[in-house]
Design a protein around this ligand. Structure first.
Ligand SMILES: Cc1cc2nc3c(=O)[nH]c(=O)nc-3n(C[C@H](O)[C@H](O)[C@H](O)COP(=O)(O)O)c2cc1C
Length: 383
């Protein structure tokens, strides 16, 4: 397969994507908050997890199919929510929904997507998860729930690690604001990326279009604030309990790093906890999520569903996360590196790179199911 030789690693897709995505958009997408130490910490801590190979384990074919939250997926891997995805790459939400449906992996669509849930619904198959940033108004929340249900999303991901904006230095250096100003510099940087520019032709200026329906509800929608942000609130525990009552499908809470919070969420009715520091995009001092996993696993018990994300860049990393206590992993940036480098084929190639290496690694570990990686954990700290 030629993509295997052009892009043998996710890092190869990243380098190529960087040459095809306009610079200002790259700085939004492939960055983190502050000095980016939380992002780097996530990578370093994940690299430090080692797994013990097994010898003389015989021939044991790897099986990646995974049952999770009432659904069966082809692998314990999902496409994570990325806000303004359709501005990072033209039509990204539709392309990723179709990748999810074709490959049988979940696609978690962000609240602040460029496309609406109604536009993406027909492409989801039964792989649709929907990520929610808390809208201030209960009425709006219930309306969004009805819309995403009707569109075919079955699992709700409630993100709780964004009580406010974060200070993203690289975004400021390239002059990114919300809404995005159309300046000569932005137009010039777009023109330098012809595939991207052609893909954007004829599309509306990217904005989180879910909210178009509600704009009249918000007195603050005008001005220089992103409309999606003006309409959302910093939720508390009561908000979570109300939301739990209103959403009758599987409910996942994303952005948890502390064992006590995970235990309380489990007790209060969350069906799964998603351990994440938001790709290092919210808080520079946040712990590496991989280091939070064992403590959270211990407190919630062996059978409670746990998701991990953060700096996964290979099939080996997927097994590292599972060994540390995750049942399922998601990737945010990597699927967009795939889109940027090679369009829809590139997104599918990301999954192929992950699963091919997982299978080879599982043979090294002498295991047949990813979950058995938990029995092969060797070290978790830099040696
Ligand atoms: C550009 C960008 C936008 C994101 N937007 C959202 C979002 O709208 N909602 C959300 O829950 N997480 C969002 N995230 C966080 C991702 O879902 C995920 O937690 C993170 O990217 C995982 O790290 P990784 O990119 O190293 O895989 C975003 C991440 C990136 C890079």
């Amino acid at each position: 397969m030629t993509l295997d030789y052009r892009f043998p690693a996710i890092e190869d897709l990243r380098k190529h994507a960087r040459r095809r995505i306009p610079h200002y958009m790259w700085e939004y997408f492939d960055s983190a908050t502050g000095d980016e130490s939380a992002w780097h910490r996530s990578e370093t801590a994940l690299d430090a997890v080692t797994l013990m190979p097994a010898v003389l384990a015989g021939d044991a074919p790897a099986e990646l199919e995974t049952a999770f939250l009432g659904q069966t997926y082809s692998a314990p891997i999902g496409i994570g929510p990325v806000g303004m995805s359709g501005a990072v790459w033209p039509d990204a939400e539709r392309l990723l929904a179709r990748t999810g449906a074709a490959q049988r992996i979940p696609y978690a669509m962000s609240t602040v997507s460029v496309a609406t849930p109604e536009e993406i619904g027909p492409h989801l198959g039964d792989m649709g998860w929907y990520q929610l940033y808390a809208p201030a108004s209960g009425e709006m929340r219930r309306d969004i729930f009805a819309r995403v249900r009707d569109a075919g999303f079955h699992t709700l991901v409630f993100t709780v690690d964004v009580p406010d904006l974060s200070w993203r230095e690289r975004e400021k250096r390239v002059g990114l604001k919300n809404p995005m100003p159309i300046t000569p510099r932005i137009l010039w940087q777009t023109a330098l990326r012809p595939t991207y520019a052609r893909g954007m032709l004829g599309r509306p200026v990217p904005r989180p279009r879910l909210f178009d329906k509600y704009i009249h509800h918000s007195a603050t929608a005008a001005g220089d604030k992103h409309v999606g942000l003006t309409l959302r609130t910093a939720p508390d525990w009561d908000y979570f309990l109300r939301l739990r009552d209103e959403w009758d499908g599987p409910l996942v809470v994303k952005g948890v790093l502390e064992p006590a919070s995970a235990a309380r969420l489990k007790a209060d009715g969350a069906d799964a906890v998603w351990v994440s520091n938001h790709g290092g995009r919210q808080f520079s001092a946040a712990p590496a999520p991989i280091m939070s996993l064992p403590g959270i696993r211990e407190i919630v018990g062996p059978d409670y569903p746990l998701i991990y994300d953060g700096a996964i860049r290979s099939g080996t990393d997927v097994l590292r996360a599972i060994a540390m206590g995750a049942d399922f992993v998601f990737l945010g940036r990597a699927f967009h590196y795939g889109l940027g480098a090679a369009g829809a084929d590139g997104a599918a190639h990301v999954l192929r790179l992950l699963t091919e290496v997982m299978k080879l690694d599982m043979s090294q570990l002498g295991i047949t199911r990813p979950a058995q990686a938990r029995t092969r954990l060797a070290t978790t700290k830099p040696m």
